[in-house]
Design a protein around this ligand. Structure first.
Ligand code: PMV
Length: 360
């Protein structure tokens, strides 16, 4: 039922006027990590993330009808032409043109900006591809208006996935599962689905403060990283573990057992890095300050009993996760103890959010 061909738009009208859509989409933070993929951005294992709220990309798409059928676009970043982003967007349009043949009828002007500092080490591909996909689906609603809202949401997530895997988890909030797994009904490899079970109130507005440890260019792109899972000695066991962890997390999200939550989330983060340390070639993406911060978090948790924990992306930055009710004490801890381990003392407060929104 979820087969790819059901998302192919066959009947559509061609608009005669030009127009504009603007969408904002947030980043997301995976608790169970996607690491390893098959062809066409199909994940090797399921993942689960919290959608964020403040770290966003805002994308304006202007469409202008044209006579010939081809991929045609101008790309601006914060109002300036950005040639270095073009190949990724070109590839994105090539990947989606079968599913969205109407895109060939328009010239696009895409203007995009992030709310978080440029080259902060925060991946903008998730928020960026989600925001762009949301604008494409807004266009689809005009040229093919007869689908359900559920269809458009799934297709937006599917398009985002073709741009950057984890982007498919940024279309909706606030807990999203991507990748087919037995414990989550209707989970799919094609798009993200909202976590469909009961969630304990302790997770409402869960906080994520992102500590900017290393703002440099990523040492390993995620494309190279995913590839390292091919012929990786621990890959099969790791993929299976992700299914087990999602099943376990399903119960934890219901009971609100934060001791179990912390153990699972931190273990997932370190497992992701362990995969990179045990691949060929191998990489260490943590920096000395990443470890300093982790040790400080463990010490703080031990002495205060405040249930704060960390997770990591494929880089050196640390995401500090905690319930909203501890915001004041954890912010004080971050400012007094952790900020000095960040580049220029920089960190960004974020929290759970609701996904992409129309800000036209
Ligand atoms: O979406 P990609 O291809 O950039 O991969 C993201 C991978 C991680 O951020 C490390 C984990 C995840 O699930 O988000």
């Amino acid at each position: 039922m979820n087969a790819l061909h059901t998302f192919k738009t066959i009947n559509y009208t061609k608009l005669t006027n030009s127009g504009t859509f603007t969408f904002a989409a947030p980043s997301n933070i995976a608790l169970v990590k996607y690491w390893g993929k098959k062809q066409n951005q199909i994940p090797a294992n399921p993942s689960l993330s919290f959608t964020l709220k403040n770290c966003k990309t805002i994308t304006k798409l202007q469409y202008q009808p044209k006579a010939e059928k081809n991929i045609s676009f101008d790309l601006l970043f914060e109002g300036q032409v950005k040639e270095s982003f073009r190949p990724k967007i070109q590839k994105y349009f090539e990947r989606i043109q079968d599913l969205c043949p109407y895109i060939l009828d328009y010239h696009f002007k895409i203007d995009t900006q992030n709310t978080f500092p440029h080259s902060s080490g925060i991946a903008s591909s998730a928020s960026g591809m989600a925001a762009l996909s949301a604008t494409i689906i807004a266009l689809e609603k005009l040229v093919n208006p007869n689908q359900t809202e559920a269809f458009y949401l799934q297709k937006a997530s599917l398009l985002a996935r073709l741009g950057s895997g984890s982007a498919c988890r940024s279309i909706k909030g606030n807990i999203v599962v991507w990748g087919e797994t037995d414990s989550i009904e209707n989970s799919s490899d094609l798009f993200g689905v909202t976590f469909p079970y009961e969630v304990n109130n302790i997770f409402n507005n869960y906080q994520d403060t992102i500590l900017l440890v290393d703002k440099g260019e990523k040492q390993v792109s995620s494309t190279v990283g995913h590839d390292l899972m091919h012929n990786h000695p621990f890959a099969e066991r790791r993929f299976k573990q992700a299914h087990e962890n999602i099943q376990q997390l399903k119960d934890i999200l219901k009971t609100g057992n934060l001791t179990e939550f912390i153990a699972l989330v931190e273990s997932e983060a370190l497992t992701l890095h362990a995969m990179m340390m045990t691949s060929k070639p191998y990489f260490i993406l943590m920096k000395p300050n990443t470890l300093e911060i982790i040790n400080e978090i463990w010490k703080f948790r031990e002495s205060t009993k405040i249930p704060v924990c960390f997770t990591l992306d494929a880089g050196a930055n640390v995401h500090v996760l905690y319930p909203e009710k501890y915001k004041i004490s954890v912010t004080e801890f971050i400012t007094n103890t952790l900020a000095k381990h960040c580049q220029n003392n920089q960190f960004i407060h974020d929290e759970m959010g609701n996904g992409a929104e129309n800000v036209s």
